[in-house]
Design a protein around this ligand. Structure first.
Ligand code: FAD
Length: 388
């Protein structure tokens, strides 16, 4: 069987690329080992798909080359995806920080992509196991259901997170096979785990949710933080986790926007116990347990200046050394991947292999939480679709 372009991966990037190619009149076959398309889109945004963000900028992405994503993001803006969503009459709304969600279900986005693919004649081979990929003048892809040849091959196989949704390392293996470098992959947007001793110490905090500013290597994120039975989660922690390296500390401001020292000083003579004062600003259970660990709660008037200064420093800069992350099983994305130096930022094509393209999460471009990862998949897929 012959086609102009084979795309491996019927996820966000692969489907968008297929639509762009089909609109150009290219014949396209998408291969996927899963039985359904767009599985990660379906679970995204808690089932409501946070499909883009109005504030997209290169600064919202991690990559060894922070400039690489700029060209594709300029070429396919949030308004371009929103226009497609509007054309399909999918109700959506902006939530906080520019995040755009479906009002209904993520399923509507998958159906939209499927309809768009069908309208331009894209063929899909699902349950398709890739056995071998070779290249002579053309790409030859051997699968369990036959051999397909193409002029161009687009690898859109995503990252390693959520293996239960079909993630594999095939994209990295194909890149290595053709001599492209890989930036070592790591779980990102992932809960952090406590060391054994911290887990024992903080197990009573499990289930507590509070607003915090989490700082990891100078990158600060304000948002909710959740104590889990293993460690810390919640949006502020997930964002920070993308920057976290093994055995590093994170610094947590438990009272964002509040100077703990000034609240202590203004209650300096008070007979109120410190845990009760802190309960005005923090969840009561947290304030009480946390004070037991660190401050041995007593009336405020019984602390000396140094003790109050130390306590305020701790509240505005609690230092935790996570033992690790929860890994790919719960990581929303994978950072690292195909080195962007190996690809043209204008076309997504491998510089040294004619006709070979990489798009989406398989590339070393990782977005913050908030619709940035799906938008990268759309933008890079659309861009490659103009050239493959
Ligand atoms: C729980 C969860 C929630 C998320 N929520 C959001 C959100 O709200 N907003 C946001 O922007 N991002 C979100 N993300 C991230 C986002 O879903 C991904 O970044 C995005 O889907 C990546 O698109 P992709 O096309 O590169 O890869 P994928 O969507 O992962 O697609 C890769 C495709 O390749 C196929 N494949 C893999 N290996 C093989 C193989 N060996 N042979 C054949 N086919 C193969 C897979 O079956 C899959 O269909 C979420 C991720 C998760 C896990």
């Amino acid at each position: 069987m012959n086609t102009n372009v084979i795309i491996i991966g019927a996820g966000a990037a692969g489907l968008m690329c297929a639509i762009a190619l089909g609109k150009r009149g290219r014949s396209v076959i998408i291969l996927d080992h899963a039985s359904k398309i767009g599985q990660k889109i379906l679970v995204s945004g808690g089932g409501r798909c946070n499909f883009t963000n109005l504030n997209i900028q290169a600064e919202n992405y991690l990559s060894a080359n922070p400039h690489f994503c700029k060209s594709a993001l300029a070429r396919f803006a949030p308004s371009d995806f929103i226009a497609m969503v509007k054309k399909h009459r999918i109700s959506h709304q902006e939530k906080e920080n520019g995040c755009i969600f479906c009002n209904g279900s993520s399923r509507q986005i998958v159906d939209m992509l499927r309809d768009e693919c069908n309208s331009v004649g894209v063929k899909m081979h699902l349950n398709c196991k890739i056995e071998e990929i070779t290249r002579k003048n053309r790409f030859i892809v051997k699968t369990n259901s036959g051999v397909i040849e193409s002029e161009s091959l687009v690898v859109a196989t995503g990252g390693l997170s959520y293996p239960n949704l079909g993630a594999t390392d095939i994209g990295h293996r194909v890149a290595s096979q053709f001599g492209l470098r890989i930036i070592p992959p790591k779980p990102a947007l992932v809960p952090l785990t406590f060391s054994r001793s911290d887990r024992e110490k903080f197990c009573e905090l499990r289930g507590i949710l509070l607003e915090a500013v989490v700082n990891c290597r100078g990158h600060e994120f304000r948002g909710e933080m959740l104590f889990t039975h293993k460690g810390l989660s919640g949006p502020a922690i997930l964002q920070a986790s993308s920057y976290w390296e093994n055995s590093e500390e994170i610094i947590i401001n438990l009272l964002p926007g509040i100077d703990a020292r000034s609240i202590f000083l203004s209650n300096r003579q008070s007979k109120m116990e410190i845990k009760n004062l802190l309960s005005r600003y923090l969840p009561r259970r947290f304030a009480h347990i946390w004070c037991e660990f660190y401050l041995l709660s007593r009336p405020l008037c019984q602390y000396n200046d140094k003790e109050l200064l130390d306590a305020s420093r701790l509240l505005n800069g609690w230092i935790i050394k996570p033992a690790g992350t929860e890994g790919y099983r719960t990581a929303e994305v994978t950072r690292g991947g195909v080195d962007t130096d190996e690809l043209s930022s204008k076309t997504m094509k491998a510089k040294k292999v004619t006709g070979l393209y990489f798009i989406g999460e398989v590339i070393d471009v990782t977005g913050h939480l908030g619709g940035y990862n799906l938008h990268w998949a759309w933008a890079s897929g659309w861009t490659a679709g103009q050239y493959a």
